[in-house]
Design a binder for this molecule. Structure first.
Ligand SMILES: C[S@@+](CC[C@H](N)C(=O)[O-])C[C@H]1O[C@@H](n2cnc3c(N)ncnc32)[C@H](O)[C@@H]1O
Length: 240
């Protein structure tokens, strides 16, 4: 059972603004004329589904069977692979691979991240685009350490409280999920850890794997990256 199997249908209650970020991803894919796309850790399809609707030949890879079910319910025609982004083996290669919403940092250390970089490299066509959206942890933690957030669906049958906390190696988010069935609330406590990666080490590893950094942005709205201000670190790389 993975962490996201438990999060399941509560995910979309928390991430309500993803549709606002899709146009930037579309612009980048158009800019580099990419059509055949793979999203790793595609979750509930918040990017995969609109990108398919925009005409991209997109497939998703996801470790959690429950998240795959959530996506399939929304879009039955999407090609989804159940697999691990550290060690997948698909019978084709792609024009671009996306890893969005901090998903790369759900891996536990640089060695695991490296396994994912290598596997992604192997699944890209020559010149393929590797598109990473990561947290800029220093800024994010300075502004939101120990904050709590509250979310509920329309009839309050699902309620989510998240609380963040910095640890030595991880940026931890607790998810308390209350689901109501037949008048009874059932409570799940889930721990989501983002690895506090070293940006310079990651850039070195990307280069050693055979990627060239083309562009860096501060978010998925196309704003410039500012080390001291940006919450996000968006890296557009190319297989050389
Ligand atoms: C933060 S969510 C992001 C979902 C989606 N990319 C988005 O932006 O809405 C991370 C997703 O990555 C998946 N995931 C975590 N570790 C994974 C792994 N090793 N291989 C494949 N998927 C993984 C989780 O199950 C979860 O659905």
């Amino acid at each position: 059972m993975t962490v996201y199997d438990s999060i399941n249908d509560a995910y979309d209650l928390v991430y309500t603004d993803v549709h606002e970020k899709v146009p930037f991803v579309v612009d980048i894919l158009h800019k580099y004329q990419r059509k055949e796309i793979l999203e790793l850790g595609c979750g509930s399809g918040l990017f995969t589904i609109p990108l398919k609707q925009k005409g991209f030949a997109i497939e998703g890879l996801e470790i959690s069977p429950e998240m795959i079910k959530v996506t399939q319910k929304k879009e039955p025609n999407l090609i989804l692979h159940q697999g691990d982004m550290r060690s997948f083996n698909l019978p084709k290669s792609f024009d671009a691979i996306l890893i969005l919403s901090s998903t790369l940092t759900l891996l536990q250390n640089h060695q695991e991240m490296n396994q994912c970089l290598h596997c992604s490299y192997e699944h890209l066509k020559p010149g393929g685009i590797f598109f990473l959206e990561l947290p800029n942890h220093a800024v994010e933690i300075a502004k939101s350490d120990r904050t709590q957030e509250f979310y509920a669906n329309e009839d309050s049958s699902i309620i989510v409280v998240t609380q963040s906390l910095q640890l030595e190696k991880f940026w931890r988010e607790y998810w308390y999920i209350f689901r109501q069935t037949a008048g009874e609330f059932q409570k799940d406590e889930i721990t989501c850890d983002e690895f506090l990666y070293s940006p310079s080490l990651l850039l070195d590893d990307l280069q050693k794997t055979g990627f060239k950094l083309l562009e860096t942005y501060g978010d998925l709205f196309g704003n410039e990256f500012d080390e001291k201000q940006s919450w996000r670190r968006v890296l557009i790389c190319q297989k050389i």
